[in-house]
Design a protein around this ligand. Structure first.
Ligand code: PLP
Length: 425
């Protein structure tokens, strides 16, 4: 099958180490979707058999997603993305509680950060809890932040930039005791940690996004625990039992159902093989390069994520060099790429802006192999050494106010040639 291309466009060969930004649609997922993009195009809300048939498949997909969380299908609401699920959870909780205050953290995804900023402009109160240097959160700070007028506590399960995990089940129990709804953005977790006990926990609301678990972009889930009142955020028809208007994105939901099944099957791979790849990658870099720090403790992170500070270099420069060599990775989240500000997550962890600007996130996944790690380990050290040798931030240049741009450029060309020779060896 040939994808339509723009003139002169060719797909670069890539080693994809950015699985927290998005994931490849699994071939099994694609296969499950095709009939719903071709022959089975009936509207699941239609009364005739051609519609009912599609409705039946939607029901099955809902059951598969429910199995991922150990909940009932009625607790699953399909949305258009993780962002919508996050926005809907907070909005609905504030509407149903009638309260005016939100507790969240300083390290949430922009879906929550920007929504809560908007809420502040509308007159709501927001408390954003700080994190420790290792990215973790203190339970007592959560407890102290809850006020009589708190309508919802929203704290992510795993951080998309660092992979650091928060004890959301404990936080949920604390919220329950205080009579406050608890939402968690769990977009980064499926297939990486076991979610099958969610329904048994005190979590009231939880967001997922299809494209982080090998389903397509543009489909999401809001889990709403039984008896949690929901006010629709997208207002329209009676779809999703009146909780989310709009004709369902049938093919993508079918794909998400298949992806949920696969992520359950592949959990052991992610927690075993992928974790080993990630750890080998980190150990080798720590051994080969000085002035390198890993953000977040290994046993408190998702098994697939490495966020690495390369001192004295700008992450953007490293990303450009790696891109030319076919490696995809990122600094910060894909949603904030292009921003000149250092990552709000890393700054909240107490990194200086200079160190935060030198941080690169590598996130591994099911389709990564030993060979990908070998290649990354071959190309990254010479690139860092080259960038450091020409960086005005390096100790060797830092105090030299007469830093000579021309000389630096010449040096860069020489070093680039050496780097390429080392890589091609
Ligand atoms: N929350 C987290 C933690 C994420 O990593 C992302 C995506 O990067 C989102 C929410 C938003 O999901 P979506 O891209 O489906 O809107």
């Amino acid at each position: 099958m040939h994808a339509p291309r723009h003139e002169n466009e060719s797909r670069p060969e890539v080693i994809y180490l950015d699985n927290n930004a998005t994931t490849r649609v699994a071939p099994e997922v694609f296969e499950a979707m095709v009939p719903f993009l071709t022959e089975y195009y009936g509207n699941p809300s239609s009364a005739y058999r051609f519609g009912k048939l599609v409705e039946g498949h939607l029901k099955e997909a809902r059951e598969k997603v429910a199995a991922l969380l150990g909940c009932t299908p009625k607790e699953i609401i399909f949305t258009s993305c993780g962002t919508e699920s996050d926005n809907m959870a907070i909005w609905s909780a504030l509407q149903t509680s009638g309260k005016k205050h939100v507790v969240t953290t300083q390290v949430e995804h922009s879906a929550i950060m920007n929504q809560t900023e908007q809420l502040e402009r509308m007159g709501f109160g927001v408390t954003r809890l700080p994190v420790q240097a290792d990215g973790t959160l203190s339970l007592s700070e959560v407890e102290n932040a809850i006020r009589d007028d708190t309508g919802v506590v929203s704290i992510m399960w795993a951080n998309n930039e660092t992979g650091v995990l928060f004890p959301v089940e404990e936080i949920a129990s604390l919220c329950k005791k205080k009579g406050v709804l608890f939402h968690t953005d769990a977009v980064q977790t499926p297939g990486k940690i076991d979610l099958s006990h969610v329904a048994k926990s005190d979590i009231d609301l939880l967001s997922l996004s299809g494209h982080k678990l090998h389903a397509p972009k543009g489909v999401g889930v809001l889990y709403a625990k039984r008896r949690t009142k929901i006010v629709p955020y997208v207002i329209g028809g009676g779809q999703e039992r009146g909780k989310r208007g709009g004709t369902e994105n049938v093919a993508s939901i079918i794909g998400l159902g298949r992806a949920a099944e696969l992520s359950l099957e592949r959990l052991a791979d992610e927690q075993g093989r992928v974790r080993v790849l990630r750890d080998r990658f980190e150990d080798a870099l720590l051994e080969r390069l000085p002035d390198l720090y890993i953000n977040g403790k290994r046993d408190q992170r998702l098994p697939n994520t490495s966020n690495i500070a390369f001192d004295f270099v700008e992450a953007e420069a490293i990303l450009l060099d790696l891109d030319l060599l076919g490696i995809c990775c990122s600094s910060g989240s894909a949603c904030t790429t292009g921003s000149l500000d250092p990552s709000h997550v890393l700054v909240a962890m107490g990194l200086t802006p200079a160190r935060a600007r030198g941080c690169v996130r590598f996130s591994f996944g099911h389709y990564n192999s030993e060979a990908h790690i070998d290649y990354a380990l071959k190309v990254i050290p010479p690139i860092i050494e080259k960038r450091r040798a020409m960086s005005p931030l390096s100790p060797e240049h830092r105090d030299n106010f007469a830093y000579n741009v021309e000389a630096a450029r010449e040096k860069e060309e020489k070093l680039m040639a050496q780097t390429m020779a080392a890589i091609n060896e």
